[in-house]
Each structure stands twice: as structure tokens, then as C-alpha cells.
Design a protein around this ligand. Structure first.
Ligand code: 26A
Length: 355
């Protein structure tokens, strides 16, 4: 059997979703923003038991990079994508592993002994927003040594595309650097997702340590704004942030960096450090950043937006691994992002539809 072409690394989480009807009361009770992703502080810790006891909840496989892995797998043959992360030895892990298996993703988990539990994310829906409150538990106990285990090292050696969740940088910068440096020195493609505003805000040092080894950076408008503020780019629009990040120092200077900023239902922006290169696939007459229109979903077609950004990123990743151009890959990303908005949780449509 051929080895996976894509390797993703991140925090495996089980999502516990609260409906948009019940969502607002929890936003208020725990002082949450309606559209955000945070690490649970002490004051948030009761939320997990609270929502399960007092609302009807839905359990779905989550973890941002794991969602992206499943999206990449959606457009590739089974077992083309592997996912690395740390879990507990419990039923949450079983659930996540089963979903990965069903969707063709190879799980390469580091498993922590009981009583350490698999991480969880409370997903508080309201209108079309989602507020994510995460307790990482086993996810933040990932050890760099896991990467050296023969079966994991073989996956890493065989892959051509590497996807790192920005969320992983809260604890896993050493592992992320090891993967990214090795990949970029061998001419492989390294993709990083900015993940959430708080990463640019509080983990800017880690982000900028990894960035030189990143070929494709993906984020959204609020993450771009958070980076602008952290980097002292006063009031910079997303296009300016994208251009700035595109020319941030690069270890493998022979390959350009492409920065992709999604803006929800608005156009996606793509900036490149070298627009004429084949990786950027932009023509000399294109503006830099280039603007890719997004077809807006009707309100009644949106079930929930949890995971839409991950599905965009994973779809794009899978399409690139299939050999599609960047233009085509962005289209695939848009389609999977939209498809996810029509499902409960970070899910895609099955049986599969052509994208
Ligand atoms: C470190 N944090 C906060 C996180 C996350 C996270 N994945 C990794 N690390 N907080 C939320 N998520 C996941 O993001 C997906 C939506 O983009 C949720 O599990 C959800 O599935």
C-alpha cells in the first residue's frame, strides 16, 4: 500500500454542540463572544457538565486540523491522509478514531494513559456564529518523541504535504518546527492555519518562529486583524496583512509563500511573494492579492458554521495533493466550506458528492 501523501498535526477534540436556541444563555453565563475560539479558563470549566446536564447536545468529531484532514481525505483516495495528535485512552478517542476510519483518514495518535482524557470543545451556536471553548487535556501532552516512532516517522517521510494547525502552537512548537523544517528542507509543502485570533495575539513568537518554514498560510479576516494588531500594523486591511505575511522571511527561498485569507461569505484573498511562480499560479495581470469571489449561501441553507474554515483549508490541501492548480484548489475549498455550513458540526456530505 502506498503511504499517505498528506500529514496533518493538531489537537484531537470531541465537539459538544449546543443548539442556536440554547446557545445565547451560555454565551451570557460564561461571558463568551458569539464568534470566537478560546482555551477554557477556570471560570469556563463547569461549561462541559453544564451543557450536557441542561441542554440537548450533539457530539461530533472535531479538532481543527483533524477536520481539515477529513476534508482533504474527502477529495483523495482512502488512506491518502494521516493525522497526528494526542488523545486519552477512552471512549472519546474511540469515537474520533472511528470517524477518521470511516472517512479514510489514518489516525497516528499518541495515546496517554488513563485517567488523562481526550480533549473536548464546547461549541456554543447562536444565529450563524459559533463560540468554541476548548479543554485540551491529552492533546497538550503531545511529545515530540512520538514523531520518531518508526510507524510515525514512515508516514512523515512518505508525505508531500504537511498541514499544521495554528492551535497546536500553544504547546507544540517544537514538534511543529521539527516537521516543518524537515519538510521544507526536502522541498515538501508546509501549510499552516492561523486558527484563531488568540494565536496571533498571544503566540506571535511561536507563529513567527514557524512562519519561515511555511509555504501556504491560511487564515480568516479576524485572524488577519489580530495579527495586524500584534505586529503593530495599525488598522491594516486583510489585503495588507496578507501581503505582509507573504514576504515574511522564508527558509526555502526558492519556493514562494502564498497567503490565503478567507472572509466568510465575502471574497477570499490570495497574496503571493512571487505571483508569477507556478505554485502561486497567478497571471502577471492579476492583482496581488488576487480576489476570489465566494457564492453566498442563502440564510436558510446554513445549519451551522462550525468547521467551515477547516473544511475550506482541508479541501484546498486535498486538491493541491491531487495535483490541481491553486485556482482550482481554492474553488474546492469554497465548495467544502459551503457544504460544511449545511451540516450539523464540522462534517461533509455523505454519500460523497463530486466537487
Ligand atoms: C487550542 N484550541 C483552542 C483548539 C481548538 C480547536 N482545535 C484545536 N485546538 N478550539 C476549537 N477547535 C476546533 O475548531 C473546530 C472548528 O474550526 C473545534 O473542535 C472545532 O471542530
Amino acid at each position: 500500500m502506498s503511504s499517505p501523501v498528506v500529514v496533518c498535526i493538531g489537537n484531537p477534540l470531541l465537539d459538544i454542540q449546543v443548539s442556536p436556541q440554547d446557545g445565547p444563555k451560555y454565551l451570557e453565563k460564561y461571558g463568551l463572544k458569539s464568534n470566537d475560539a478560546i482555551l477554557a479558563e477556570d471560570k469556563h470549566m463547569p461549561i462541559y457538565e453544564d451543557i450536557v446536564a441542561n441542554s440537548q447536545v450533539t457530539y461530533v468529531a472535531g479538532g481543527a486540523a483533524q477536520n481539515a484532514a477529513r476534508a482533504a481525505s474527502y477529495v483523495l483516495p482512502a488512506k491518502s491522509v494521516a493525522y497526528i495528535g494526542s488523545v486519552g485512552d477512552d471512549d472519546l478517542k474511540e469515537t474520533l478514531q472511528k470517524v477518521n476510519e470511516t472517512e479514510g483518514v489514518v489516525s497516528a495518535y499518541e495515546v496517554q494513559a488513563a485517567p488523562t482524557k481526550t480533549g473536548a470543545c464546547a461549541v456554543i451556536l447562536s444565529n450563524h456564529d459559533r463560540s468554541l471553548v476548548t479543554t485540551l487535556r491529552a492533546a497538550e501532552m503531545f511529545h515530540k518523541e512520538h514523531l520518531a516512532k518508526p510507524e510515525v516517522a514512515a508516514l512523515i517521510n512518505g508525505a508531500k504535504y504537511f498541514y499544521i494547525g495554528g492551535f497546536f502552537l500553544t504547546h507544540g512548537i517544537e514538534s511543529a518546527l521539527e516537521i516543518a523544517k524537515a519538510a521544507s528542507s526536502r522541498g515538501k509543502t508546509v501549510v499552516l492555519n492561523l486558527s484563531a485570533p488568540f494565536i496571533a495575539q498571544f503566540f506571535k513568537v511561536q507563529l513567527e518562529e514557524l512562519l519561515p518554514h511555511v509555504d501556504i498560510l491560511i487564515g480568516n479576516e479576524s485572524e488577519a486583524a489580530a495579527y495586524a494588531e500584534a505586529a503593530g500594523l495599525v488598522d491594516a486591511a486583510p489585503a495588507q496583512v496578507a501581503s505582509t505575511l507573504a514576504v515574511f522571511s522564508k527558509s526555502n527561498a526558492s519556493r514562494p509563500r502564498v497567503v490565503i485569507i478567507t472572509q466568510g461569505a465575502d471574497s477570499t484573498l490570495v497574496a503571493s511573494s512571487s505571483p508569477s511562480s507556478s505554485a502561486a499560479n497567478l497571471s502577471p495581470s492579476d492583482p496581488n492579492p488576487k480576489v476570489y469571489p465566494v457564492s453566498k449561501l442563502a440564510d436558510d441553507q446554513i445549519i451551522d458554521t462550525n468547521g467551515a474554515g477547516d473544511m475550506f483549508a482541508g479541501g484546498l490541501l486535498g486538491a493541491l495533493a491531487q495535483g490541481k492548480t491553486l485556482n482550482e484548489a481554492i474553488e474546492v475549498g469554497h465548495k467544502l466550506g459551503q457544504m460544511c455550513c449545511g451540516q450539523i458540526g464540522p462534517k461533509l456530505q455523505f454519500p460523497k458528492v463530486d466537487v
